[in-house]
Design a protein around this ligand. Structure first.
Ligand code: FPP
Length: 247
């Protein structure tokens, strides 16, 4: 891999460790070009590859991509089937490249409504890349933050107080996750809309939000870098006061 534009520096707390992306705009990108929506998803998969490679070269240690929300099941069956096929092929094709580039891949979300073939591809990708450390790539598939919280709450021990950390562990468990990703530092949404759409609501409590007008298939590495620069200019106070105002 070539040298990065964002090396980890002494100042690395000002770089986002965990970036999450709502990859929106595939359908509109395709429509604008007179193509079927599935062509937009195919083009979107190419952008996934570019952005993952780029994040791998940066200070980002975890990248979480919203690939399929639990509400996306309501889309036409042809589109859902095409997306599921695309995820399966992507996992199979990208696993050797991830191993080569030291990228750990995992999938968060429900597993009981996706096909056995996709489940198998997920397990194979996760097992093959389990020891990779340079970047943790998490794909959210059949994911809903609100459903996750409801299921975590239902799994909580009755009668004993529940800490934030214990609840976060339960959230991870119900999502087939190991909990290592932690809070999101920077959330990017492409496609011009400005909402969270049930994505990582707990983990984004103090995330910096960046909304891009670019459709996901045309979102490039320069756009990613611009979002990181935007993040770096923010004053993150986590409810406290900035150093300048502490006196
Ligand atoms: C939202 O755009 C996008 C999705 C629901 C699917 C995301 C999938 C990809 C980016 C494809 C590749 C992903 C992987 C992990 C291989 P939209 O279809 O809602 O766009 P619209 O708002 O313009 O209709």
């Amino acid at each position: 891999m070539s040298p990065t534009s964002f090396q980890v520096s002494a100042d690395n707390r000002r770089y986002p460790g965990h970036v999450a992306i709502i990859m929106d705009g595939n359908g509109r990108w395709a429509n604008q070009r007179g193509k079927p929506r599935t062509a937009g998803h195919l083009a979107g998969a190419k952008t996934v590859r570019e952005i993952v490679e780029h994040a791998r070269r940066s200070s980002v240690r975890c990248l979480t991509l919203y690939a399929f929300s639990s509400d996306n099941w309501s889309r036409p069956k042809d589109e859902v089937d095409a997306l599921m096929r695309l995820f399966r092929r992507h996992l199979a094709a990208e696993t050797p490249k991830c191993v080569e580039n030291d990228i750990r891949m995992s999938v968060v979300g429900r597993r009981d409504r996706i096909s056995p073939e996709l489940c198998h591809a997920i397990r194979a990708a996760e097992e093959a890349t389990i020891d990779c450390e340079s970047l943790h790539l998490r794909l959210a598939v059949d994911y809903s933050a609100r459903d996750t919280m409801v299921r975590a709450a239902a799994a909580a021990p009755v009668g004993s107080p529940l800490s934030r950390d214990a609840f976060a562990e339960l959230l991870a468990e119900v999502n087939h996750d190991d909990g290592s990703a932690g809070d999101v530092d920077l959330l990017i949404r492409t496609g011009g809309e400005q909402r969270l759409s049930d994505f990582l609501l707990w983990e984004c409590a103090y995330a910096e939000l960046v909304f891009s007008r670019r459709m996901w298939p045309e979102f490039g590495t320069a756009d990613f870098d611009a979002a990181v620069e935007d993040f770096r200019a923010r004053d993150r106070r986590f409810g406290g006061l900035s150093k300048a105002r502490m006196g």
